[in-house]
Design a protein around this ligand. Structure first.
Ligand SMILES: *Cc1c(COP(=O)(O)O)cnc(C)c1O
Length: 427
């Protein structure tokens, strides 16, 4: 595989941007390699500066559930651009996107649009604290909620990959109200609530963990949290930035039938443009300014171009309901990978739900962050590099989920499965 152009671009990038990238995992550090510079993408494919093409399983880290450059979305963006790129005033499109989100997700009665998942997480925490008049929050080890100061405690994603779960630059005092528990461990959460009675504003989690690799909630875990929150007057916040409109049109909360008080969105709802949102029960959201006293604002929030992309995305997803088909495809990939690993005697654990999937090179079932960290990283690196050289672009870290789009064809799956077999053989 020719990579000379990407190499050149990466050395140039490192001169002017920390690590040569604008978001850490892009740098390929955890696969001890250098990133490829992408020039364009179409459908299931990415094309790089050296003319290589790849079947893409990152999908911009989640948003591109219809594949890249879907003409139905790009044409709406083009139309929106012609009308002006930002007004800083209310527009009808914002109402429509908010209506679409609240129609799709039953627990969401009101929505605030922002520009990223991180910003949405920040807003949701603030309103939860404002509403309850409590300061403390509980998060889960390995769950990632964006680069939010108070939530960079035992965070997953890039923070795991780089081994900096607690970042310098975050004052101790900013995280003194952040408590953390192992994912899937209801008893640990109950213990925290007993130790801090009437002090906990919210429990925040990814209902299906996706930023420490993919880990599903165990039976009764989400329901147990819901009951605990009801008993203790704590708000339950589902961070569905990754899972929202990805595992199901109505999110993981619909699949598991557990309703949170607040939900956080991003990724898919922006149709590939920068959008985030938080929303939930009316009485809580009415605390947000200007309806209420909890301040939160954004110059480009509800940007008309981003909103047009998001609206079109959700409209298509509602009409086409691709989730069963996506689920069949991700299960096919996982089954093929599992079978091949079994034949070779390589320990492997897999998980898939709708358009999201993941695997660990692990002897035992992965229930939480501690288990995830025990997976065989060397196996992953070898596997990753081998499949990349065969045109399959996976997330460059063992602690990320993988995403498939409705434009991935059967031929794409066949090519991927063949590359997976070579990847395992290389281990
Ligand atoms: C990606 C992600 C975020 C952060 O969203 P950004 O748009 O990158 O700020 C927050 N929470 C979860 C669960 C995510 O997957």
């Amino acid at each position: 595989m020719k990579i000379s152009e990407s190499k050149k671009l990466f050395s140039r990038a490192q001169e002017v941007m920390p690590g040569g990238v604008n978001s850490p995992v892009r740098a390929f550090k955890s696969v001890q390699s250098e990133p490829l510079f992408i020039t364009h993408a179409k459908g299931s494919r990415l094309f790089d500066a050296d003319g290589n093409s790849f079947i893409d399983y990152i999908g911009s880290w989640g948003p591109m559930i219809l594949g890249h450059a879907d003409p139905r979305i790009t044409s709406e963006i083009e139309k929106a651009v012609q009308k002006g790129t930002s007004f800083g005033t209310p527009t009808e499109g914002e109402i429509e996107l908010a209506e679409m989100i609240s129609d799709a997700v039953p627990s969401v009665e009101m929505v605030r649009l922002v520009n990223s998942g991180s910003e949405a997480a920040m807003g949701a925490l603030r309103v939860a604290r404002g509403f309850t008049g409590r300061d403390k929050i509980i998060k889960f080890e390995g769950c990632y909620h964006g680069s939010v100061d108070a939530l960079l405690v035992k965070a997953g994603s890039g923070a795991t990959t780089l081994g900096i779960p607690d970042s310098p630059g975050v004052p101790q005092s900013f995280t003194e109200h952040t408590l953390s528990a192992p994912f899937n461990d209801l008893d640990a959460v109950i213990e925290l609530t007993e130790n801090f009675p009437d002090e906990i504003a919210a429990i925040v989690l990814e209902p299906v963990a996706g930023n420490m690799g993919m880990i599903p909630p165990e039976h009764g875990f989400l329901q147990g949290l819901r009951e605990l929150c009801d008993r203790e007057g704590i708000l339950l916040i589902f961070d569905e930035v990754m899972t929202g409109f990805r595992v199901d049109f109505s999110g993981a909360q619909a699949l598991f039938q557990v309703m949170p008080d607040l939900s956080i969105f991003g990724k898919v709802i922006g149709g590939g443009l920068p959008v985030g949102a938080y929303g939930g029960r009316r009485e809580i959201m009415l605390q947000v300014a200007p309806a209420g006293p909890v301040y939160q604002a954004g110059t480009l929030s509800g940007n008309p171009i981003a909103v047009s992309a998001g609206k079109t995305m959700l409209k298509i997803l509602k009409e086409e309901d691709p989730y069963a088909d996506l689920g069949r495809k991700t299960a096919t990939l996982n089954e093929a990978l599992s079978d091949a690993a079994k034949k070779k005697g390589i320990p492997l654990e897999t998980c898939s739900m709708g358009g999201m999937f993941g695997f660990f090179f692990s002897e035992k079932k992965v229930r939480n962050y501690e288990d995830a960290l025990k997976c065989n990283r060397d196996y992953f690196i070898t596997f990753f590099r081998e499949v990349l050289s065969r045109g399959i672009y996976l997330a460059p870290s063992p602690f990320e989920s993988l995403f498939l789009s409705s434009s991935h064809s059967e031929a794409d799956l066949d090519q991927t499965i063949e590359a997976f077999q070579h990847g395992l053989a290389a281990i």
